[in-house]
Design a protein around this ligand. Structure first.
Ligand SMILES: Cc1cc2nc3c(=O)[nH]c(=O)nc-3n(C[C@H](O)[C@H](O)[C@H](O)COP(=O)(O)O)c2cc1C
Length: 380
């Protein structure tokens, strides 16, 4: 399974081509659109998300509500394009009133992108480095989640730190049932985080945070130790780091493992109810790049949004004068959205590993071969 996306942040549309999805998967379009709207929501986002109402249009690879096995094409229109057409239309742009972007924002791709691609107007960089592209990951992840649902695999996510306000002591059910504008399971922490977002907005500043995802009921043995390319934890980490503004990934106890002895953190093996189990899950569901059968636990840390309404210093790329960096409409924080993107990115990587490992020309074959594999594990 693989996918590619194309399109600009304020261009006409984002187009995605997704290949390798089994035939006969009945797609629930409402659920896919609900996932897209989850990505758009969250306290602290800028006005752009009030304009967009993301809807996936399937224009290839799906007939009569089911996948055909052919590459799937998904289009997501940018409603904001009508306000940007004179700038981002590929050919019919207007030059007269347009002001090129010359003052790179620290923390964004502006300066290095301009150097690398020899651009004197960083609009060309902004249009593709923008996290608008994450809509493609959520659209693909939403299709993958429908495959995972057929295999009784559940993926959950939430926010455990927003601008230094952190949440601990929660259950999976708290995550399943949470009702929070910042995707935090505790009401008090939700209010504190929203207050911090309001304060940051007034200060012209931005906030980062940490998101956590769980994958439940995954069979042992997805991925492989035999080569680095097949290590599933490594593939998840790479793709999570590929989410704009992600600066670190950890599994299970993560970096805290450094503080313990082997005897304290290796997940002791037991055998009950005809199954190999672990007493603990310090390693977040992975050993040797393979799933252990315990819940997969992944966390990603996301830096504060680079665009600051109270900008910091920069240098004009032509005159080399010290200036203040470029300002444009932006989120104060996108951590709630990042948790939804994390959930979908992980869903993609788990699905990719499953499709590589099991017979999957059709969804029926896939369900059958995963179920037989689960039986085999029980009988081992
Ligand atoms: C959901 C989401 C929304 C984002 N919104 C903005 C934004 O409005 N303004 C901004 O400057 N950066 C935003 N970012 C972060 C930038 O896209 C990101 O920092 C930039 O592409 C540079 O990549 P890097 O941070 O991975 O180095 C957002 C990130 C995510 C995940």
């Amino acid at each position: 399974m693989r996918y590619i996306s194309s399109g600009h942040s304020h261009g006409e549309q984002i187009t995605i081509i997704l290949e390798g999805i089994p035939a006969n998967l009945e797609l629930n379009l409402d659920d896919i659109n609900k996932e897209l709207s989850r990505r758009q929501s969250g306290y602290g986002r800028g006005n752009r998300m009030k304009i967009e109402r993301d809807q996936a249009q399937f224009v290839g690879g799906v007939l009569f509500g089911k996948t055909t096995g052919a590459p799937i094409t998904i289009v997501i229109k940018n409603k904001d394009y009508k306000n940007w057409e004179t700038i981002t239309s590929p050919f019919n742009y207007k030059q007269d009133s347009y002001r090129p972007v010359k003052m790179p924002r620290a923390g964004h791709a502006d300066l290095v992108g301009a150097l690398k691609y020899n651009q004197r107007d960083m609009r060309t960089i902004i249009e593709r480095s923008s996290a608008r592209e994450t809509v493609s990951r959520v659209a693909v992840g939403a299709v993958c989640k429908q495959i995972l649902r057929e295999l009784d695999i559940e993926v959950l996510s939430h926010v455990i730190n927003l601008g230094g306000i952190d949440v601990s002591n929660y259950s999976l059910d708290d995550i399943r049932t949470m009702d929070s504008k910042v995707r935090m399971v505790h009401k008090v922490k939700t209010s504190e985080a929203m207050k911090r977002i309001d304060e940051s907005k007034l200060e012209g500043d931005t906030l980062g945070g940490i998101c956590e995802a769980f994958v439940l009921n995954v069979p042992a043995g997805l991925g492989s130790y035999v080569s680095h390319e097949q290590k599933l934890d490594a593939n998840i980490a790479a793709h999570v780091l590929g989410i704009q503004s992600c600066k670190g990934v950890e599994f299970g106890d993560g970096f805290d493992i450094a503080n313990y002895k082997g005897s304290e953190v290796h997940d002791e093996i037991t055998y009950t109810e005809q199954t190999f189990k672990r007493k603990t899950n310090h390693y977040g569901g992975f050993e040797g790049g393979m799933t252990t059968g315990m819940p997969i636990i992944v966390r990603g840390v996301f830096k504060p949004i680079p665009t600051l309404m109270k900008p910091i210093g920069s240098v004009h790329i032509d005159t080399k004068e010290q200036v203040l960096s470029h300002v444009e409409r932006a989120d104060v924080t996108a951590i709630p959205a990042a948790s939804v993107i994390l959930e979908h990115t992980i869903s993609i990587e788990i699905t990719r590993a499953i499709l590589a490992q099991f017979t999957s020309d059709t969804i029926e074959q896939l369900i059958d071969s995963v179920s037989r594999y689960r039986d085999y594990l029980k009988e081992f």
